[in-house]
Design a protein around this ligand. Structure first.
Ligand code: ADP
Ligand code: MG
Length: 309
């Protein structure tokens, strides 16, 4: 069996009730294993509990109950080793404006007890493309540069596991490409990557495995391929040769006319073969000029699983 980078059992978090806001659990007993070497996506709508989970892994938020093991170290038994095994790029920009990028990396390395001789500030500055800004004050850096610096800070102690909380939310395409390239390279070197993202197509492209959480519960956990295969809903788009009089009818299909006269026929490919759909189209006397199919993507799986539960 493959080893796990992270093992989470019964993880629960209830933030203290604030003024006027009742106590509401942010995580409700999550069990989750994340294999070593994976690029693992943690998805869920806003407020689902993603950042809470990640911040608990990082040791930034204290869990209410449950067990967290990072790289074999139980967070409660070996807190120092658990913390040393993981690096976190937070969702919020929380950089001290009075530090330079090199200074920020050195301070972070100091916090993690990395001896001076083992520090890799120059290498990290190169990796995040901030060599020429090494001595600039953080407050003079653009938003994109600050996010790159946050990634750099997460790497000072060469963690086994790198966690990125919405790394590409609100960043431009160039920076996004650069972040993904870095992440792919680090993963190729053996680092386990865990990320949250709003962009489902990004998760689809980047992640081997995905967990979806909603209202503090785990609602799905599977390989990206299996999650996508889980919905076998297909849509056949028919462009008729001339305006149609009769809609196709057949057990198990749903027909919608789209503006422009296209027919969108939805069916379950497991139960209804494409052939049967086409037969129904022919029976309705429709001549096909063009036909294409649309397949469910992660967005559909996501909506299906997070629909008002
Ligand atoms: P996500 O990252 O998936 O958007 P969060 O983990 O940030 O979700 O939030 C999960 C829930 O916990 C939300 O209802 C949020 O309002 C609440 N929450 C998050 N942080 C705090 C906090 N520091 N104090 C009180 N409630 C919080
Ligand atoms: Mg969040």
């Amino acid at each position: 069996m493959d080893k796990n980078a992270i093992e989470i059992r019964g993880l629960t978090k209830t933030y203290k009730a604030g003024r006027g806001s009742p106590e509401k659990p942010a995580l409700r007993g999550i069990d989750l294993d994340i294999p070593m070497g994976a690029v693992f996506g943690l998805l869920g709508p806003n407020g689902a509990g993603k950042s809470t989970l990640i911040n608990i892994l990082a040791g930034l938020v204290i869990k209410t109950a449950g067990q967290v093991t990072i790289w074999g170290f139980d967070q409660d038994v070996n807190p120092r080793q658990a913390r040393a095994s993981i690096g976190v790029m937070p969702q919020e920009l929380n950089l001290d404006p009075f530090f330079t990028p090199r200074g920020a990396l050195e301070v972070q390395a100091g916090l993690y007890g990395v001896p001076k001789s083992q520090r890799r500030s120059d290498e990290i500055l190169r990796l995040i493309g901030l060599e020429d800004k090494a001595q600039a004050y953080a407050r003079t850096l653009s938003g994109g540069m600050r996010r790159r610096l946050l990634l750099g800070k997460a790497l000072v102690h060469m963690p086994h596991v790198l966690v990125l909380d919405e790394p590409t939310a609100g960043v431009d395409i160039e920076l996004r490409e650069m972040l993904w390239e870095n992440i792919r390279r680090l993963n190729a070197q053996g680092m386990t990557i865990i990320l949250t993202t709003h962009y489902l197509e990004e998760a689809e492209e980047m992640c081997d495995e995905i967990a979806i959480i909603n209202h503090g519960n785990l609602v799905a956990r599977d390989s990206t391929a299996n999650l996508l295969g889980q919905l076998d809903t297909k849509t056949m788009i028919i462009h008729p040769d001339e305006p149609i009089n009769t809609l196709p009818e057949c057990e198990g299909i749903e027909v919608i006319t789209r503006p422009g006269g296209e027919l969108a026929i939805t069916y379950q490919s497991g139960a209804t073969p494409a052939e049967a759909v086409l037969d129904a189209v022919h029976r309705a006397g429709i001549r096909i000029r063009d036909v294409k199919t649309e397949q469910a993507d992660l967005q559909d799986v996501f909506l299906e699983l997070t629909r008002s539960r």
